[in-house]
Design a protein. Structure first.
Length: 153
């Protein structure tokens, strides 16, 4: 499984929204996220619209408008996000749950057996790490890097 730039940008944007959610920020402007994460704003807008249509985000229009998470970040898994943006987690269609393609060789294929295990391992990890978990890791790393920078000055 390889995550595209679109997937990477989606994760980065949602992490920022999770951080803001925990700070009690109602909505965040696309330009704020784009500037913070160095994402082209028009591309980010398309990604956020897709996540909104999937029910991960809600938006508020007009002055003071922007995006926010539709539910608490601890209730959104990385697996859910990646599936929305990238599609199935499976490395091959024959082991995919959501887009399974039958293969006549499946019952005697060692590759199928291994890729089935790979799919399960990836899903187990990504489905058990929440957006809140990654937001905390992000904040911890930012804080650690700030300390390193302050010592260097």
């Amino acid at each position: 499984m390889k995550i595209s730039k679109k997937g990477e940008y989606a994760l980065k944007a949602l992490i920022e929204l999770a951080i803001n959610y925990d700070k009690g920020v109602d909505v965040t402007l696309i330009n704020e996220i784009a500037n913070q994460e160095n994402i082209p704003p028009r591309y980010l807008e398309q990604i956020l619209l897709r996540l909104k249509n999937a029910g991960i985000l809600v938006s508020k229009r007009g002055v003071g408008g922007g995006y926010s998470l539709s539910k608490a970040p601890e209730n959104i898994s990385l697996g859910e996000i990646i599936r929305i943006v990238e599609g199935p987690l499976a490395p091959l269609d024959c082991v995919s749950v959501s887009r399974h393609v039958d293969c006549s060789e499946q019952s005697r294929c060692g590759i199928y057996s291994v890729m089935h295990e790979v799919r399960d391992a990836i899903a187990n990890i990504l489905d058990n790490i929440s957006l809140k978990d990654v937001a905390k890791r992000t904040l911890d790393l930012r804080e650690k890097n700030q300390l390193v920078l302050s010592y260097a000055i």
